[in-house]
Design a protein around this ligand. Structure first.
Ligand code: GLC
Length: 471
């Protein structure tokens, strides 16, 4: 696996540094020392992380560090790699057993998946054919910006073990295929240049690495820590570390998560970490301290939750993360419904795209993103920088608010009058999507009606100005 002969030395060095930092953190000097060792944005931020953490180590980002994420609402998830050559699902189409994982002991034929699978000998060699010469990171960033997306998260390494970046600790990476360009590096740089936040998706699971969960996990764990160190040292400012769950194992014994978090926040103190460091296999064992900064409901809109940030990750085409040729794409209405429902629930939407093996994003997907961006261009004030509520969303839609302004998003008119609970005295009302609304308010609540011809088939947005702010 290893290309660099001095990796062992590096690892020992890293261990020494990490242990030293742990000692300093525990002795109360951590903020200063962490600052001294890493690329810290400001020392105040780092100190604040530690002050606010309920567990001692910097397990959580601060609300201040979370602010951009809270405001951003909409991001692009990118699942990409050599698998796109086959058109199959990333990692899950690899025709091999998956020890220590969901249905891992079951052979693919028993599970009836053979049709969906790429034989392992072929799957593990697809990287030799993966040559996406039309990949243009600046263009992808433009596509995201035109869609109104404020951040991007790319699979740096997925469960299949392939690294989309120049790693010194594995031969199974983009530099060893024909393409020889660091995809992660190019996209991170393009995002930084274009003013879009950038995050690494990194899978702790690795079905390729022979050291993964073979009893003593220390060798694989060292490899993983080293890859994460590379990802957070070589690509400038990284805004998110998006983990996925571990295979079935013992989080305390097999994974040294404390060390990992200390290293991550030391190298990138402003970074946000999702909640999938806490998940092990069946999900029964989820240590609270590793819950990170936000939740990640998958394939669905998350529930109304205002005390902890969250982000739904949802595919745009079919139920496949990587490129699915001919897969059914969500309609514009479905996309807006998902975005609006996430935001009304006080969460974000990370909408997934699977680029083609050429390096391009399918034209039909680009067009869908553009439609969303045009819509956000008109109605973005009701989305960005808002919070979900005050009304709990329902089948009809939901509300967002900012200061004394409430935006009512009606996605579906079940009746001619929409009845909402009282939310404070309304002194002004405007239908942003055109036409007029009639408002009746009394101690029982607010009743809103809009003429049928003025109801927007996508989303009727009614802006209410309250006399005093939302509590
Ligand atoms: C699941 C899938 C993985 C996907 C991720 C995105 O963990 O196993 O393929 O990347 O969800 O949320």
């Amino acid at each position: 696996m290893k290309r660099s002969s001095n990796f062992g030395n590096w690892h020992s060095f890293l261990k020494v540094v990490v242990v030293a930092v742990l000692v300093l953190v525990l002795s109360g000097l951590g903020g200063v020392k962490l600052f001294a060792m890493g690329k810290v944005d400001t020392i105040e931020n780092q100190m604040e992380v530690e002050k606010e953490s309920e567990f001692g180590l910097p397990y959580r980002a601060t609300e201040k560090q979370m602010q951009w994420f809270r405001d951003a609402k909409f991001g692009m998830f990118i699942h990409w790699g050599p698998v796109s050559v086959s058109g199959g699902e990333l990692s899950w189409s690899r025709g091999a057993k998956r020890p220590f994982d969901i249905r891992g002991g079951v052979s693919p034929s028993e599970a009836g998946w053979e049709k969906l699978l790429v034989p392992v000998e072929r799957y593990d060699n697809l990287y030799k054919e993966f040559n996406p010469v039309k990949f243009n990171a600046d263009q992808w960033v433009e596509i995201a910006k035109d869609a109104g997306m404020k951040y991007m998260v790319l699979t740096a390494k997925h469960h299949d073990g392939f690294s989309n970046f120049d790693t010194k600790v594995s031969e199974y990476d983009i530099m060893n295929g024909p393409f020889k360009r660091d995809i992660v590096g190019e996209l991170a740089a393009a995002c930084q240049k274009g003013g879009v936040k950038y995050g690494h998706y990194y899978s702790q699971r690795d079905w390729y690495n022979p050291d993964y969960l073979i009893g003593d996990n220390s060798k694989y764990n060292a490899f993983m820590h080293e890859q994460i160190r590379e990802l957070l040292s070589n690509y400038g400012k990284i805004d998110i570390m998006w983990f996925d769950s571990f295979g079935i194992s013992d989080i305390e014994k097999d994974w040294n998560v404390d060390e990992l978090i200390t290293m991550i926040r030391g190298l990138q103190p402003g970074i946000l970490i999702n909640n999938r460091l806490s998940a092990i296999g069946s999900g029964k064992n989820r240590p609270k301290k590793y819950l990170g900064d936000y939740d990640t409901p998958e394939g669905r809109v998350g529930k109304f939750q205002t005390d902890r940030a969250w982000e739904s990750c949802i595919t745009l085409v079919g139920h496949q993360w990587s490129w699915m040729p001919g897969g059914e794409m969500s309609s514009f209405k479905e996309c807006i419904d998902k975005l609006v429902m996430c935001v009304c629930g006080d969460g974000n939407l990370l909408l997934n795209v699977g680029p083609m093996p050429t390096g391009e994003i399918e034209a039909r997907q680009v067009a869908r993103f553009k439609e969303m961006g045009d819509w956000l261009g008109k109605y973005g004030e009701s989305i960005y920088g808002t919070r979900g509520g005050p009304v709990v969303p329902g089948d009809w839609g939901g509300t967002t608010y900012k200061g004394k302004t409430v935006y009512v998003h009606v996605l579906k008119w079940d009746e001619d009058v929409l009845s909402l609970p009282a939310m404070g005295k309304i002194k002004d009302c405007r239908v942003l999507t055109g036409g007029k609304a009639e408002i009746v308010q009394d101690e029982n609540g607010v009743r809103i009606s809009v003429n049928e011809k003025d109801r927007d088939p996508i989303d009727t947005i009614i802006r209410l100005k309250l006399k005093s702010g939302v509590k």
